[in-house]
Ligand binder design. Structure first.
Ligand SMILES: *Cc1c(COP(=O)(O)O)cnc(C)c1O
Length: 401
């Protein structure tokens, strides 16, 4: 992937505002006028491109952010929407019909898991959950009804890394589409360059980075994106998860600093996970040699952006995890909160929160114990100072150590 530099592609985009503004103007309109009635009819029928009709269909501000997302992910096209879950549900419902099957990674975001496990079966779409780091499991789960394979580049919350290139080969051999959620690793991985057909994102996390809004994106071929907003048959057009243009413009500006933020998140996460591992804690972080897919991480990732801003510490017991998180919040290391990718450190215990949709026996099977704490490290300037604060929190819980 040597020549593809997603950060340059974002920086090089120029969108000028009315009156020569260095930022694009925000479109403050739900609907658009036409000079001729015939043009309106043609736009409706998809015969004319480049005209705006109604803001649920397209609006100029969302076009800018979508183009920025397509440049980031190296896809022909993209479409932003009102949340990561909107991006995921619209994608799955666009691809699958009643009777179709999905083969999905078993360690995925809890909401995505619940969507496939509990919600879309009522439309006749069923899912087999497998360990996508074991490609033989994927192959044996596929049958003639399988329409798509679904995974996350760095899985939530176990931080497993799937070999996208190998998975995409299996998808192609079986006439399936490969859909990859790249929320944990923008700039670090470019799944479309490894063969993914559709890349989905929660912009709520690293891409926006400010914990001030919820948004999502779908990055894919122009044909696929066009199908999503087809007025007669498109999932985003008809389900309607449109992103507001004022939010869209603020996310677009935050994307301009994404490369600097990802570098700092990754530096901080690596530094802390190395120190805590040396102190004897069980740490899961793809940048550590102890991580089972550390080599794959190196091979698949763009240089310069590290291994991401999230690591997991295993404190064995639920009570220890809870005490630790409360102490960390008191020491202002960060906040006890779900979500991730913020300027501020956020931590939660996935077993009791974001992954609680996954039944206990399945959680135990994948090593997702109640003592896990997922830490999304912030943009802390002095990470040694943060480490000292964290050490004091450990001493409060285990004074004897
Ligand atoms: C948060 C998250 C989502 C859902 O995104 P929302 O913006 O909250 O709807 C999907 N996938 C992953 C990996 C996430 O972390």
């Amino acid at each position: 992937m040597s020549d593809f530099n997603p950060a340059d592609r974002i920086q090089d985009l120029q969108f000028f505002g009315e009156f020569g503004g260095v930022n694009p103007s925000i479109t403050d309109s739900s609907t658009y006028t036409f000079l001729h009635a015939k043009t309106m009819a043609d736009v409706f029928e998809g015969k004319v491109e480049g005209c705006y009709l109604y803001s649920r269909h397209w609006n100029p501000t969302n076009h800018y952010l979508s183009q920025s997302m397509a440049n980031l992910e190296g896809t022909e096209s993209a479409l932003v929407c009102s949340s990561g879950m909107a991006a995921i549900s619209s994608t799955l419902l666009q691809i699958c019909s009643s009777g179709d099957e999905i083969v999905s990674s078993r360690t995925i975001y809890g909401g995505s898991y619940a969507l496939m496990k509990n919600f879309i079966p009522k439309f006749g779409i069923t899912t087999k959950f497998v360990n996508t780091t074991d490609l033989t499991q994927v192959k044996s789960a596929i049958n003639e009804r399988t329409k798509l394979i679904y995974c996350e580049t760095i899985s939530n919350p176990m931080l497993e890394i799937t070999n996208i290139r190998e998975l995409s080969k299996i998808a192609k051999e079986n006439n399936c589409l490969l859909v990859v959620d790249n929320t944990f690793s923008p700039l670090i991985f470019t799944p479309a360059k490894e063969g993914a057909d559709v890349v989905v994102h929660s912009l709520t996390k690293f891409i926006n980075g400010m914990s001030d809004c919820v948004a999502g994106a779908i990055c894919a071929s122009t044909d696929f994106i066009n199908s999503l907003y087809d007025v007669n048959n498109g999932s985003t057009m008809l389900l309607g998860p449109v992103l507001d243009s004022i939010r869209s413009s603020s996310i677009l500006k935050n994307m301009k600093t994404l490369h600097i933020r990802i570098q700092q998140h990754s530096r901080n996460a690596l530094s802390l996970s190395q120190k805590l591992q040396a102190d004897g804690y069980r740490i899961i972080y793809p940048g550590l040699e102890s991580h089972p897919q550390n080599e794959l991480m190196d091979k698949m990732a763009h240089k310069n952006y590290g291994s991401g801003g999230i690591f997991v510490i295993d404190l064995k017991e639920k009570d220890s995890a809870n005490e630790f998180m409360e102490a960390m919040q008191k020491a202002n290391v960060g906040y006890l909160a779900v979500s991730l990718g913020s300027y501020k450190t956020l931590f939660s215990s996935p077993g009791g929160s974001t992954s609680s949709e996954i039944p206990e026996d399945e959680r135990m099977q994948m090593g997702l114990t109640d003592g896990l704490v997922r830490i999304s490290i912030g943009l802390d300037d002095d990470i040694e100072r943060t480490y000292q604060k964290m050490s004091k929190c450990f001493k409060k819980i285990w004074p004897q150590v």
